[in-house]
Design a protein around this ligand. Structure first.
Ligand code: SF4
Length: 222
């Protein structure tokens, strides 16, 4: 059984697998507490739902099996606070690859095909998770965030995506900082974007929870 905040069928909107059909399972709970979290419904006392569903692995797998998702994304909250191995194993049995989105701050249980690690200064990633990650996502939320997190990640040849923190996605200073970093450094840095937010793709599935962002403008969806 896992505490589930939401599950929905959409496409991956960011990273190296952007644009591919994906089934999302968002677990409940996160001890990291980023002040601009865009999934505050998974942990913030002001936004958590009255009741959190605990679903059996078989129930989740049965929903995935109804779709043509090319892979399943387990996200959060911070999914790695849960033992994800039984879910990953059961999804493999129906032939689905499983991807993880994590802050990297907790030991990862499960044999994932792809791990996206987004370091957060409030709880830094474990070295073993940095070594295991397939790509990195730096959230550019303030001046100096890029070099700060480049230092945390260390030397790597894996893609390092630079994403504007979404409430700053129209902020010229933030976007210019990303542009200039990518131009000056080249590989492995890539300018990133949360494409699904412009498509409003996740909300097309009625089971998706409304976006509950901190620090942004909920009227505008961030
Ligand atoms: S952004 Fe991610 S790591 Fe940060 S509080 Fe939200 S769910 Fe947790």
């Amino acid at each position: 059984m896992l505490p589930i905040h939401e599950q929905f069928y959409s496409f991956q909107g960011e990273g190296a697998h952007a644009g591919r059909a994906a089934y999302f399972i968002r677990t409940f709970g996160c001890p990291v507490h980023c002040p601009w979290c865009d999934s505050a419904g998974t942990w913030h006392p002001d936004y958590i739902p009255d009741k959190v569903e605990r679903l059996a692995v078989d129930t989740l797998v049965a929903e995935v099996a109804k779709t043509k998702a090319e892979f399943v994304v387990v996200t959060g909250g911070e999914p790695a606070i849960h033992d994800l191995a039984p879910l990953v194993d059961a999804l493999h049995k129906i032939g689905r690859a499983v991807h993880l989105e994590t802050s990297g701050a907790f030991a990862i249980k499960g044999d994932f095909e792809w791990i996206t690690l987004s370091p957060k200064r409030w709880k830094l990633p474990l070295a073993e998770n940095i070594a295991r990650a397939d790509e990195f996502k730096i959230i550019v939320d303030q001046d100096g965030a890029i070099p700060e997190y480049v230092k945390v990640i260390g030397k790597t040849t894996k893609p390092v995506w630079l994403h504007p923190e979404w409430s700053r996605h129209s902020d010229v200073v933030t976007l210019d900082a990303i542009t200039e970093w990518v131009k000056a450094e080249g590989s492995p840095y890539r300018a990133g974007w949360q494409m699904h937010k412009h498509y409003a793709a996740d909300s097309k599935d009625a089971r998706s929870a409304p976006a509950v962002p901190l620090g942004g403008d909920s009227e505008k969806g961030f």
